[in-house]
Design a protein around this ligand. Structure first.
Ligand SMILES: Nc1ccn([C@H]2C[C@H](O)[C@@H](COP(=O)(O)O)O2)c(=O)n1
Length: 336
């Protein structure tokens, strides 16, 4: 039986977000541990830490990961007695969608942040992306993050590269045949074409865009294209994403010069990842990925994760501690 990560989370989003800490990303990472699993970093390291700073849990409080690393302490994830099998706790689906949401946090789009994560048939991340301006086009005067109906040259949509496109372009795999793309928002027509042409065969998404007629029609068109191209698509339950990866705050109003009518209202259904004030460093992102990965481990005592990153901040490999399945060993029959 698959557990809802949210249901095991005693802290509210408000509590999570209220955690005032300069190392925002580290707080996220800690939340990733403490609030969603029975696992935690060795609590002895955190004995003096004030609880409120990092969000409260029933069990323990944690120091920011960076602090722990600074102390050269080993990171240990402990299994609680009431833990269930780790694989049931945090499925591959949850892990990859969580990675997509983590990616979304890098987007500078003030209204809609989207993340995507492409995964091979043997559960390896082969590409990640988020909606961003083309490389080098960071000057926000020429490449604004606002919409402008009158002047397309002042409209972000002229320039922005969607998360799915970036994930496909960022891939480290020669072929994306039979891969799955996890994306926080249902793909638009352009992205659907890219997905189909790249050979990706499965789409997992979290949200639809708001239910404006234009979006409903576009969603239907995308579904037709996917059907005709034998690309399957399915929603991923939103509640299985660790809440600290999503955002519950009201989106900050973007500086829109001539706002489109449909952009003025936003349905809660569309919050693919909205929180312009929130930031996550690449370090925090990759360490969070490591910890997410560790959740996959079956080792009841120490769960370790790893994530190899290229100089361009692309994940090129991930791993966690596991026994070789072919030798018949299980953690139950290993001497400890
Ligand atoms: N499948 C999608 C859909 C949209 N995006 C990006 C493109 C924009 O940056 C943003 C949408 O902005 P809005 O119209 O909500 O102001 O989301 C994407 O990456 N992938």
């Amino acid at each position: 039986m698959k557990r809802s990560l949210k249901s095991n989370n005693s802290a509210t989003n408000e509590e999570n977000e209220g955690a005032s800490c300069s190392k925002i990303g580290s707080t996220h990472i800690n939340n990733l541990y403490t609030k969603n699993t029975g696992c935690n970093i060795n609590p002895q390291m955190n004995a003096d830490e004030p609880e409120a700073q990092y969000g409260s849990t029933n069990d323990t409080t944690l120091k920011p990961v960076n602090d722990i690393m600074d102390n050269n302490s080993s990171i240990e994830i402990e299994k609680k007695s009431n833990d269930r099998e780790p694989k049931e706790d945090f499925s591959w689906d949850d892990f990859f969608m969580a990675t997509a949401f983590l990616m979304a946090k890098h987007s500078k789009d003030p209204t809609t942040k989207v993340g995507a994560c492409i995964v091979s048939s043997d559960n390896k991340i082969v590409g990640t992306g988020f909606n961003e301006m083309p490389r080098g086009c960071s000057n926000e005067v020429d490449f604004p993050w606002s919409k402008n109906k009158e002047d397309p040259l002042k409209d972000k949509r002229t320039y922005v590269c969607h998360a799915e496109l970036n994930a496909v372009l960022n891939t480290n795999s020669i072929s994306l045949q039979k891969c799955i793309i996890y994306v926080s928002l249902f793909p638009c027509c352009e992205c659907a074409k890219i997905i189909i042409q790249s050979g990706i065969k499965n789409v997992v998404f979290s949200y639809y865009r708001n239910e404006k007629l234009k979006n409903i029609k576009e969603n239907e068109t995308v579904k037709t294209m996917f059907d005709e191209s034998d690309v399957t698509f399915r929603p991923h339950p939103e509640q299985d994403i660790p809440p600290e990866l999503k955002t519950a705050r009201e989106p900050v109003k973007p500086q829109i010069i001539a706002i489109e009518p449909e952009a003025q209202t936003s349905s809660t259904n569309e919050t693919a990842c909205r929180n312009p004030n929130e930031d996550i460093s690449w370090d925090d992102f990759f360490m969070a990925t490591v910890f997410l990965m560790a959740k996959r481990s079956n080792d009841p005592v120490t769960k370790g994760g790893a994530c190899i990153v290229s100089s361009e901040n692309k994940i090129v490999a991930t791993g966690y501690n596991t026994l070789c399945s072919y030798n018949g060993l299980s953690y139950g029959n290993m001497p400890r």
